[in-house]
Design a protein around this ligand. Structure first.
Ligand SMILES: [Zn+2]
Ligand SMILES: [Zn+2]
Length: 227
């Protein structure tokens, strides 16, 4: 379990599979690319080809790095086969992007909360899909936990549901503490200055991080010394 998006060359180190297509990676001039093997749950193919350097091999098949990571995420830690998400669904990539962006703050927060506990440790969990049957729901999640040998003390998370793939949901101990649509989605098509774009992005981060910090710090801390 060490899955991280966009990292590594061919993912788990498996050698790439050469083909005869042009590589779709921007600026890559190689002509030994193989089509991505990803097929979504509606039967649509990815359509892009990647050279051995820009593909990710998963269970013997070549994929884009993105789709290789999707395949790893939906087959890791589960015995049942999960249907591959629609090609155009952005839940997974939005979840992973925001989680990577806020990772330092999340780890820092749990490190701070840990104070007062001798044996607690912070654990960063890779992207995973939470599937519920009734009502049917598929949610991509990244979580950070603070725990010790007795179990989890605090759990913070960022989630994006496939049926609302523009909304980032922040959670603390399983409770929703914020719901935010990132400005690069809500402002799309709105002509605003570079400065305004940056300010809106900062506001988005502050809202998410602020809600998580407040809730996580104000939740009970049963392991902390009383006085
Ligand atoms: Zn390439
Ligand atoms: Zn692909």
């Amino acid at each position: 379990m060490g899955l991280h998006f966009g990292e590594g060359k061919s993912g788990s180190g498996a050698p790439g599979i050469p083909g005869s297509d042009d590589c779709a990676h921007p600026g890559c001039g190689r002509h030994d690319a193989t089509p991505c093997a990803y097929v979504d749950r509606r039967g649509r193919h990815c359509g892009y080809s990647w050279c051995p350097e820009h593909q990710r091999v998963f269970e013997g098949d070549p994929y884009c790095r993105r789709h290789g990571n999707v395949m790893a995420a939906i087959t890791t830690g589960t015995i049942e086969r999960i249907e591959p998400p629609d090609l155009d669904n952005r839940a997974l990539s939005l979840c992973e992007w925001v989680a990577n962006d806020l990772d330092m703050e999340m780890v820092g927060l749990l490190d701070e909360i840990k104070e007062g506990s001798e044996e607690a440790f912070v654990h960063i969990n890779p992207l995973h899909l939470v599937v519920l049957r009734t009502p049917p729901s598929r949610t991509w999640a990244r979580t950070w936990t603070l725990g010790d040998h007795t179990g989890t003390m605090r759990k913070i998370g960022l989630e994006v549901n496939e049926s609302a793939d523009t909304v980032v949901v922040a959670t603390v101990d399983g409770n929703t503490v914020a719901r935010e649509v990132p400005p690069w989605i809500s402002d799309r098509g709105t002509p605003i200055s570079e400065e305004a774009v940056q300010r809106r992005r900062d506001e988005f981060r502050v809202k998410l991080v602020g809600s998580i910090v407040w809730s996580a710090k104000n939740a009970e801390r049963p392991w902390a010394p009383v006085s």
